[in-house]
Structures are given as C-alpha cells and as structure tokens.
Design a binder for this molecule. Structure first.
Ligand code: SF4
Length: 248
C-alpha cells in the first residue's frame, strides 16, 4: 500500500514565487504598447494571463463590471481586488455583491480598521493613503502584475495612459481598457448586459467614496465630482505608474 506524502504538520506548501519580468525592458514595453494599441482588451488580458496568472490581479471600483466581464471570459479564476475604504456608497457595495454573484468571482476584499474620527474629516489630505494606497500595497504583495479599468478618456490627467507599463514597485501594470471611449463602454455594457452601479444613471460618472464624490451636470468634466473644490484629482492608486514614456 502506498500513502500520499502530506506536508509536515504546520508547514503548508509555499506558493511559487511570482514570475520575474526581467525580460520586459522599457524597449520591450514600447513594442508591446504599439502592438496592444491594435489589440482587443481580451487579447491584452490573454497575454497577461498567459504570462503571469495566478500572480496577477485586477482592481475594481464597482462603477461598472466591464473589465471584470472581459477578464473573467479569459480566465474565470482571476483574482479581483476591491478596496473597501469604509466610506463607499451603499449602491457601490450592492453592486459589489451583485457582481460577485453574477460572475462567481475570486474576490478579495481589502479592509482597514476605522479610526474613531473618520480620516476624511480629521485629515482629508492624507485619508487616501491608509484607506486606499496602503491596502493596494497589501493586495499586490506576491503579485507580478495587476490591471485596472483606467481609460484615457476619463480625465485629462489620464490621456497618455499606456496599456502596459511598469509601476514603482517593479510590477507590470496593465490598463486593458485604456483606448476605450465612453461610447465603447456603453456599447459593451448594453451588448453584454454588464452590471453597473446605479449611481452612474444618477449623475455620478466617476464614483469614489461618498464624502469625496458629488454628482455632476450633463456635459461637465466627469471627474469634476471627485474631491470637488480641492486640488486633489487622483487618490494615489495610479500615481506610481510610469507615464507615457513606455507608450509608443
Ligand atoms: S476618496 Fe475621500 S474618503 Fe475615500 S479614501 Fe480618499 S480621501 Fe478618504
């Protein structure tokens, strides 16, 4: 009789190390960006999955589930990260649950202990750092690459966003929807019956935490409702991405 070899008690097998992307030099990233400009989002994600899965995740804000829909068609078990700041709209959390059920997501919700006085009240300038950025750092530990739904048309600060780049941590960062217009997104949502946050139809084209998100009038800059009246335009999740120098 033979017996299966079990790991020694208390010692679970370690996860394989994330693949090193040493061959993805800046020159290679420029070539990849040129290729990906003509590729579909699904093809970009196929490349990333083939290369990095399971050391790959995507971050979702639950404004809509377009990136999740495209990515799970390529790899249903892809890890989806949602950063729960503790300050989300109820509609956003309801969308999260709807999307989780619809796609059977491999979902990882990052949470942080809440201070007695909410940071958005006591220190709004630095609130995003522990509530969002530090949680992203934890989510990316052990990863080789990550993706987000960032698009060039969303804001002037994003108009040069590359499709693939390297972040400050040395991880590969992908924006598979970078070239998509608002019309592309709307068309995809209609064609594939993709869940959307109900706030989108109530004047919130860009949805973040409720203390820092306002509805905007038709025709206004879609990002103008975020941190309205403050100098801030980004939360810091994407600040670290090396900008257009890796875009052809
Ligand atoms: S968006 Fe506002 S409430 Fe949310 S983490 Fe940033 S500062 Fe805090």
């Amino acid at each position: 009789m033979t017996y299966a070899v079990l790991p020694e008690r208390g010692k679970l097998p370690a996860l394989a190390d994330p693949p090193v992307a040493a061959d993805l030099t800046d020159e290679v990233l420029v070539e990849l960006n040129a290729r990906f400009e003509r590729a579909s989002a699904g093809q970009v994600i196929e490349w990333a999955v083939e290369r990095f899965h399971p050391h790959l995740c995507l971050t979702a804000s639950m404004t809509d589930a377009v990136l999740i829909d495209v990515a799970t068609k390529v790899e249903p078990s892809i890890e989806v990260v949602f950063i729960d700041t503790g300050y989300h709209f109820p509609e956003t959390l309801a969308t999260l649950e709807l999307v989780r059920r619809r796609y059977g997501l491999n979902l990882r919700i990052m949470t942080v202990a809440q201070p007695t006085v909410p940071l958005w009240k006591s220190d709004p300038v630095h609130c995003c750092t522990p509530a969002k950025v530090a949680q992203l750092e934890r989510a990316l530990a052990g990863k080789a690459a990550w993706m987000s739904g960032l698009r060039r048309q969303e804001a002037s600060t994003r108009r040069d966003a590359p499709i693939v780049t390297r972040d400050k941590r040395g991880l590969i960062k992908l924006n598979p929807l970078a070239t998509w217009t608002d019309l592309d997104v709307e068309g995809y949502i209609a064609d594939h019956d993709v869940p959307v946050n109900p706030l989108l139809r109530q004047g919130y084209p860009s949805i973040g935490c409720w203390p820092c998100t306002k509805a905007v009038a038709p025709g206004e800059d879609p990002r103008s409702g975020r941190w309205a009246g403050r100098a801030k335009t980004e939360c810091g999740l994407h600040d670290e991405v090396i900008p257009a120098d890796t875009r052809s």
